[in-house]
Design a protein around this ligand. Structure first.
Ligand code: FAD
Ligand code: NAP
Ligand code: SF4
Length: 678
């Protein structure tokens, strides 16, 4: 195995080349597979090519595409992207060519979704429906299993013809290969099931047949599920046995997969501690001779370097961090790591989009997957105007940087002593500490672009008259509902900023995104990574099948009631791929939920309310208000009254534009698109 050392260079292990078969990677960074929504239609392939080329230009070692089906029955959804014909291979030449033109390397991921297929023609090891899909898969016959193993190999051969530098066999996250491996989903009694060894036969045949067709030098990466995190998953001993068989069958690299999609343990969202799963990769690496690749919640070059330097892994896979910043590797190599736009693991614009059948993008980088459509071209000198951006929340920060990138002279005026707006509150929530990285990024970006930042400056009309354009991004302020005694309550911003000390019993008015976050904050007891794993019931996979054990009860710092007027379940509006975990934490922390409330009074005894007209008193020390937000528009209205014409020289963006259903994704996107449209 190559020993990575490049003394005198930043991140010497991360930036060291690695030769795998006939392919030499320029560094150890793998862009992990992520479905973007650009894989499924031939007409989107030019966009996919531009997206991949931008990452190759940014010096990524190996890019892995989203999953391409090896057969129609392996589709993730109807008409999903596949690699099953010479026509497919020919079309993909534009993707591989674009990456090679930038000096990069790219692998095609081979996928069979099995019972995760969102199609009525899905098939699996045994008949059944997964908890996350509406269709019941039918059981494959022995002959069909045999044909499917060959289909993987044939797709790999086509990928080779398309110019791909490698393939990755998707053997994790609960897709077909996992469905063959686990007793949970494989109830066969033929040559492909019945015992652990027979259940392993399918993936081993996939790799063996692939190796036969692609020749000795073509790298085969196999994504192996190191922890299934589902009942009746594999044991550690079975996982190691499989890895050794795969190595023998011709796999060149083992990549790490953690948790099936149906697992009820979060594996990649913000609240998962950085590097939380790397111990599994380290443990596997001790058993193998081929390189292994770490993955999941690795989002900085420092952590990636450390995992390589301390022998945890030979390669590091990052998917979302390279959506967030295509120049991640180049910046690290050039000593500009402080300029990296760090992935905050929110899932809001990537996985949530994919699960909603919307093209993926990135909250902190809305250009991701829209590289050909949202372009910040430098403006001709005559159109480089002076621009005042008012408000340094996410919307204003995005607009200020985007205008400056186009060559405008930008002044950013912020009333507070710090940038960030509401985002500064968000980063105080346990598990959202990563949000601080976005403000670190913007602080540095403003500096690099030479934006004139004036903190502690409340913009007024006189000052703004000097600019050609004004962007009003004055954001939102908390709504204070009209409830008798509400002046005794604490607005969420004051609570989070520590303006008032809160007692041991607290009621929260409003259970939207912020109410849920505040309830989490109020109850949170700091935990180490090991404690976090224990709270989610993750145990040693040698002792517990699938790595699942009884969750350790969570302590709670306070007794909390979370209250809303609606009767719908609390937290239903949260993100598709993260909301369930936020709701689970509330439950684990003993947060009591009250729905269908009518508020009567806040007094020294607590919060008086009625549910179904039955009066109740929540005896609490404090009441925190999270009842939504209202736009801050006075400056905009004054500008209009003063005769500055809306839509031409004065623009309104972010929460100031629309407070309802506001989030940082919309705010940042709106700032970028405004500047791109000028
Ligand atoms: P704001 O963030 O409100 O920024 C407006 C800025 O303008 C402020 O800094 C203000 O001081 C300044 N300003 C106002 N008037 C003037 C003036 N006259 N002169 C100069 N400056 C002025 N969003 C997500 O997407 N995901 C999350 O997980 C998430 N979690 C959150 C958790 C919490 C606890 C909170 C409070 C918010 C969370 N949000 C989250 C919401 C997100 O922070 C907001 O949607 C976002 O900050 C709105 O951006 P904005 O720029 O429009 O407004
Ligand atoms: P929100 O989601 O709109 O929730 C507001 C809450 O206040 C609701 O529960 C509402 O419920 C209640 N409410 C509204 N008007 C009220 C009134 N007059 N009196 C009493 N209660 C009232 O807004 P938010 O929680 O302030 O969040 C703002 C935005 O930040 C969200 O839209 C969200 O996108 C973003 N955010 C996102 C996340 C995330 O994880 N993605 C996390 C935090 C925030 P009832 O009307 O039923 O009482
Ligand atoms: Fe990361 Fe959020 Fe961007 Fe997804 S949307 S890549 S999780 S920052």
């Amino acid at each position: 195995m190559t020993q990575p050392t490049q003394p005198g260079q930043p991140y010497p292990h991360l930036l060291a080349p690695l030769t795998i078969g006939g392919l030499t990677l320029r560094n150890r960074v793998v862009m992990g597979s992520m479905h973007t929504g650009l894989e499924d239609h031939a007409w989107d392939l030019p966009k996919l090519a531009a997206y991949a080329a931008e990452r190759a230009r940014g010096q990524v070692g190996l890019i892995v595409t989203g999953g391409f089906a090896v057969s129609k029955r392996g589709w993730l959804k109807p008409f999903a992207g596949e690699m099953t014909s010479r026509m497919d291979a020919a079309r993909h030449r534009q993707v591989t060519g674009a990456v090679h033109d930038e000096g990069g390397a790219i692998a095609l991921q081979l996928l069979h979704a099995g019972r995760y297929g969102y199609t009525p023609i899905s098939e699996s090891a045994s008949a059944g429906r997964s908890p996350i899909t509406p269709f019941t898969a039918r059981a494959m016959s022995s002959k069909q299993v045999d044909r499917t193993a060959t289909a993987f190999a044939e797709s790999a051969r086509l990928a080779q013809k398309a110019g791909y530098d490698a393939v990755e066999v998707m053997g994790s996250e609960g897709y077909l290969i996992n469905q063959f491996l686990a007793a949970r989903t494989n109830h066969r009694d033929d040559a492909w099931g019945g015992t652990a060894t027979r259940r392993m036969r399918f993936p081993v045949e996939v790799v063996r047949r692939t190796r036969e067709l692609v020749g000795d030098d073509f790298p085969i990466v196999y994504r192996l599920s190191l922890l299934d995190l589902v009942e009746d998953g594999q044991t550690w001993e079975e996982t190691v046995e499989l890895a050794l068989l795969l190595e023998d069958a011709g796999a060149s690299v083992i990549n790490t997969g953690i948790g099936w999609h149906e697992a009820r343990v979060p594996t990649i969202i913000t609240q998962v501690p950085r590097g939380a799963w790397s111990w599994t990769t380290r443990r596997l690496r001790e058993e193998l001779t081929i390189p292994v690749c770490a993955s999941n919640r690795i989002n900085t070059p420092e952590l990636a370097e450390q995992l390589l330097a301390d022998g945890t892994a030979d390669l590091v896979s990052m998917a979302r961090p390279l959506l967030a910043d295509p120049e991640f590797v180049a910046k690290a190599a050039q000593g500009r790591a402080d300029e990296i736009n760090t992935c905050i693991a929110c899932n809001q614009a990537c996985l949530d989009h994919v699960f909603d059948n919307v093209r993926a993008s990135c909250l902190v980088n809305p250009r991701a997957c829209h590289e050909t459509e949202v372009v910040l071209l430098p403006l001709p000198a005559a159109r480089r105007r002076s621009v005042a951006v008012v408000g340094a929340g996410p919307a204003g920060l995005s607009a200020a940087c985007s205008y400056a990138e186009r060559g405008c002279a930008v002044t950013l005026l912020e009333a507070d002593a710090e940038i960030g707006g509401q985002f500064r509150l968000a980063m105080r929530i346990p598990g959202k500490e990563e949000f601080a990285e976005t403000l670190r990024y913007f602080t540095r970006r403003l500096e690099v672009l030479g934006v004139d930042v004036r903190l502690g400056t409340r913009a007024d009309l006189e000052e703004l008259a000097a600019y050609d354009e004004v962007v009003v991004a004055t954001g939102v302020e908390p709504r204070i509902p009209d409830i008798p005694g509400i002046e005794r309550a604490v607005p969420y911003a004051d609570a989070l900023l520590g303006a008032r000390e809160l007692g041991p019993r607290v009621a929260v008015i409003g259970a939207g995104g912020i109410g849920v976050d505040v309830a989490h904050w109020l109850t949170h007891v700091p935990e180490t990574t090991d404690e976090w794993l224990a709270h989610w019931g993750v145990g040693d996979p040698s002792l517990h099948r699938g790595g699942l054990t009884e969750p350790k009860p969570r302590e709670s710092a306070r007794e909390v009631w979370l209250v809303q007027r609606k009767t719908t379940p609390i937290g239903v509006g949260l993100g598709k791929t993260s909301g369930w975990a936020h709701r689970a934490v509330l439950k684990q922390s003993g947060v009591r939920q009250v729905r269908g409330a009518t508020y009567d009074l806040v007094d020294e005894r607590g919060l008086h309310l009625r549910v179904d007209d039955v009066p109740q008193l929540l005896e609490v020390d404090d009441v925190v208000v999270c009842a939504g937000q209202e736009s801050v528009r006075d400056l905009y209205d004054d500008l209009l009254a003063a005769g500055r014409e809306a839509g031409r020289t004065v623009h309104l963006i972010g929460g100031a534009d629309l407070a309802a259903e506001l989030d940082a994704k919309r705010a940042i996107d709106q700032g970028l698109r405004l500047a791109a449209s000028r």
